[in-house]
Write a protein that binds this ligand. Sequence first.
Ligand code: UDP
Length: 470
Amino acid sequence: MEKTIHIAVIPGAWYSHLVSILEFSKLLVQLHPDFHVTCFIPTLGSPSSASKSFLQTLPSNIGYTFLPPVNPNDLPQGTSVECQIHLATTLTLPYLHQALNSLTLRTPPVALVVDSLSAEALDLAKEFNMLSYVYFPPAATTLSFYFYLLKLDKETSCEYRDLPEPIQAPGCVPIRGRDLVAQAQDRSSQSYKFLLQRIKRFCSVDGILINSFLEIEKGPIEALTEEGSGNPAVYPIGPIIQTRTESGNNGMECLTWLHKQQPCSVLYVSFGSGGALSQEQIDELAIGLELSNHKFLWVVRAPSSSASGAYLSAENDVDLLQFLPPGFLERTKEQGMVIPSWAPQIETLSHRSVGGFLSHCGWNSILESVMHGVPLITWPLFGEQRMNAVVLSEGLKVGLRPRVNDNGIVEREEISKLIKGLMEGEECENLRNNMKELKEASTNALKEDGSSRKTISQLALKWRNLVHEN
Ligand code: UDP
């Protein structure tokens, strides 16, 4: 009988990271049915309903266990969301140790695959005699910049945002210091310290799996995988996206509305699983949508002074429509639809009525947009999203980036202008053509002879051989 190959997987305590590493696991066991994955999930507070319903979709050869949750209220006041995510893993390491110990006694895993936000768990791989891998859900550009940051940190004394020239990491589009990952914007912060520690850990693993593919990020992927680069082995295995999404409370209603619209006529507006805007910005966005005269489907959240502020409070019972400008809903009732908190994003982006996506540029949203051929307005909020916005608008030319005023606000006229550029005329045609090419390339990467599919098989073979040799 064929031996089963066991893999242990640790996600990060963030919805899109949990989904991404498990979608990869699903693909792995689907392509290689002799594999079995066991997943230990760090959590911050109680798991969201979207996470819970996603976990229901796992096949029987992927098992999962929640680690004891870390309560955000027990953490020091003012701890940033990034640090909270970090602590969700570090504070549960003793439980993870126990869980891996008992798993190893029953069915020893050959490899430990750890999400980039849970890198602290990598140390356990050696102890339990497993190969160690980082699963890196963001772009290859981000990874290339991460490695480059170790060098920059030694060579630069000022804040990166004060550097006069854009920064050029190997193979990447040049990125201005102010567009670097949010944790690198204040070098004296704890978030920056955690980030550097994490990147240093990445340097000593057996491999890094990135959710990207050659055709979308040729430069950074070639630089990362170049012999002599000094990096660990990098495996581009993307695009890994969900095949269907949690529909939320208003999913059916929103799809019914989309069925009634003209092909490619609707702009979908969403800021990921936890992105939030200030009240002033919500007002400007609402009026900007109205002024554009284009159809829209907008997922609204409560206002927050923190751009990732909705992540930990996404499920409260507040009436979110109260945050819209007076009269807006009445005036736009023929023009758009507003849904609170959550939309079935995959079903929305794959709908023929959707012709544009105003997105916060989370890498999952970007890949989902690419795989469904929808060009974007790139409106980054936090994390590495500013870097993604540069890749899309300046590198791949499939997105338009709004200008932000001195107070950090994108004004209504700018919003309306960009929506028109995205949805009509020559600019729209160019963006759609560029996106069409990328869509084709992304589909090819996952075909049987595609680059990413081959990479996954190469990894599976390596793990299988190791088990059979022992
Ligand atoms: N998502 C969704 N409905 C929503 C908002 C988000 O289904 O209303 C899903 C989306 O399809 C994507 C994920 O949540 O898979 C968001 O991931 P991304 O990396 O874009 O952003 P993050 O949530 O990490 O900021």
